[in-house]
Design a protein around this ligand. Structure first.
Ligand SMILES: [Zn+2]
Ligand SMILES: [Zn+2]
Length: 246
């Protein structure tokens, strides 16, 4: 319904053409504007391309990103979403990441396609001032797209995009007490964009139940190339599905 709306189509046309070339914003690091500091911030994290670094506790990711932003003066409402196919991310890591207050978004299409849609949805809900941060590689978030958002009054957090999570963990520098680190934010949500109706839920157990359910697995097959789909038509054949995603 939303995607076919005139409003959405207009918004999409503003973004076209979006070049996916490898390029970075040449603008230097600037001090944040006063108006942006208290505004809402959304962080879109490509958990497949920028996984939790070795030696870093997954449960700290949410807090580390939050601290990174607070150190820069951003204190508004924060949403962090980990986006990916997620079948390759170990369940215990996902559980910890989720427990750190990070929302999970399972996708069937590519990160950049999903990112365009999520940012579009975010801007529809949040007029400027608002802050956007992307943690992925440069190909996922083209600089002209970022510039266009900036022209509309959005603040794109530097670096654009952030290539890995390691910087956030360095920023954290172990100042936090161990018990503070395991503190969980208010329960995050999860979204399944593989299923056509963008199923929403809360709680990691419900998430696990959903991704292992037959209806979800059947939907997952719709995103595979047709010959792969033919091979793994039987519901429950998760091993084959995983193989194809590699
Ligand atoms: Zn839209
Ligand atoms: Zn699903």
């Amino acid at each position: 319904m939303h995607l076919s709306s005139t409003y959405h189509q207009q918004k999409v046309s503003e973004f076209v053409p979006i070049s996916k070339e490898l390029q970075c914003l040449s603008s230097p690091l600037t001090e944040p504007h006063e108006k942006d500091l208290g505004a809402v911030t959304s962080v879109f994290w490509d958990i497949e391309k920028c996984p939790v670094p070795h030696g870093c506790v997954p449960r700290r990711v949410g807090l580390c990103i939050k601290q990174f932003l607070e150190n820069k003066g951003y204190s508004g409402p924060l949403t962090i979403t980990a986006i990916g196919v997620l079948t390759d991310v170990p369940s215990e890591i996902l559980r910890e990441v989720y427990a750190s207050g990070i929302a999970l978004n399972i996708i069937g299409s590519t990160f950049s396609t999903t990112l365009d849609r999520l940012i579009c949805e975010f801007t529809v809900k949040n007029p400027p001032p608002a802050n956007i941060m992307v943690i992925s590689d440069a190909k996922s978030f083209a600089s002209d797209y970022a510039s266009r958002l900036e022209l509309r009054g959005y603040n794109i957090l530097q670096p654009v995009p952030s290539y890995s999570l390691e910087g956030f963990f360095q920023e954290d520098s172990g100042v936090l007490e161990e018990d503070k680190c395991s503190e969980t934010s208010e329960s995050a949500f999860w979204i399944c964009s593989v299923c056509s109706d963008n199923i929403h839920g809360q709680g990691f157990e419900n998430f696990t139940t959903h991704v292992t359910s037959c209806p979800h697995k059947r939907k997952l097959l719709d995103w595979l190339p047709s010959d792969a789909r033919f091979l793994s038509r039987e519901c429950g054949d998760q091993a084959k599905v995983n193989e194809v995603w590699r």
